[in-house]
Design a protein around this ligand. Sequence first.
Ligand SMILES: *Cc1c(COP(=O)(O)O)cnc(C)c1O
Length: 447
Amino acid sequence: MSEPFGPELPQVRKIVTEIPGPRSRALSERRKHAVSAALGAAVPIYADRAGGGVMIDVDGNSFIDMGSGIAVTNVGNSAPLVAENVTDQVHRLTHTCFMVAGYEPYIEVCEQLNDLTPGDHEKHSALFNSGAEAVENAIKVARAHTGRHAVVVFEHAYHGRTNLTMGMTAKNMPYKESFGPFSPEVYRVPTSYPLRDGLDGAQAAERSLKRVEFEVGAHNVAALMIEPIKGEGGFIVPAEGFLPALQEWCTANGVVFIADEIQTGFGRTGEWFACDHEGVVPDVITTAKGIAGGFPLAGVTGRAEIMDAVHVGGLGGTYGGNPVACAAALGAIRTMKEQDLAARAVRIGDIMRQKLTDLQGKTDVIAEVRGRGAMMAIEFAEPGTLAPLADLPKAVAGACAQQGVVILTAGTYGNVIRLLPPLVIGDDLLIEAMDILCDTILAEVGA
Ligand SMILES: *Cc1c(COP(=O)(O)O)cnc(C)c1O
């Protein structure tokens, strides 16, 4: 390829038209006639190229990417090793279906997952296409292993948009509204949300687990699934000790403890997986998003005896673990190792936290700055209260887009800005984006 791609793209913010520009507006017009109106859009532009820390639209505007396509392009868009592996694989074979004839990249991705996920016990993995599909399959495995039906999930959880995973997801709008009925045997209990519940980890765990014992019965529970840091729910970091207490309870009660690391995984929080921060070793872990540099791939990795409890032929799917997606994952994982992107996430997190802590001193609408590594959030509330300021994040994200910075929102109450830059973004670009974000917040609240 002769034209520069990936990290070779000019790493600059540059706005050359109004936003959206004429070509993006033309695509919006075509979209209206061709694409279901049910699909939303965080920014009103259409992307043409992306790499490193930038996304360039069809009008030639270069945006600083603070979203990574929702924590997917941790290694950046079109990362060289991903592009190389994919190009090579595309010229060998593009599909056999792993259940028809196997291929090496699938096995190698499973080996990598078994090696990189928490714990040094014997693990086996299976691959799928999407995060939701991985979550569904993790539940299938847990039910087959335990012979039980109940699934315990948490307030503010997000696990996907298929029927089972919608039922496991907490937030109604936009994920669940008008789509019921949902799957039975899914029970939601309180989580640990230090800002709002004031409980320490042990207290919060006791509150959650007492609910399970009284309302479900521990012996009925097949699986307890939790995001170690809530993603869509607003980057809620549980109080220290909460996750270990859940893990211990699961072990004591024969419940499969599943960590949904689909958003938190692959270096995002400064470790390979968010569970690593507290030494938590889940029985099963679901992965997707950051695994393959943008290709659709997901994994379920767990204790060998749990993963093997399902009858032969019980797991699978036409495309799951597609060879091109596996090749991409191997390129992405190699990139993370060679560039030590987990360490880079720590540095990114330090820069973001410093900027946001400074900002906190200049306005009284920030209830909390929280997160780990390159997964940082700001929760907004009415000054002096915890009443959510739900309109502010959207307004700020819109104003940032006008200035060439892509910012995402989150939170059950819609009052959270979440920052998920690619782990390959340069310091200068990151600082420029943070300064624009902070100035925009101050301008929006009239501080
Ligand atoms: C995104 C996400 C999912 C769903 O993944 P899809 O690939 O969109 O199906 C599940 N769990 C978590 C924690 C997620 O962030």
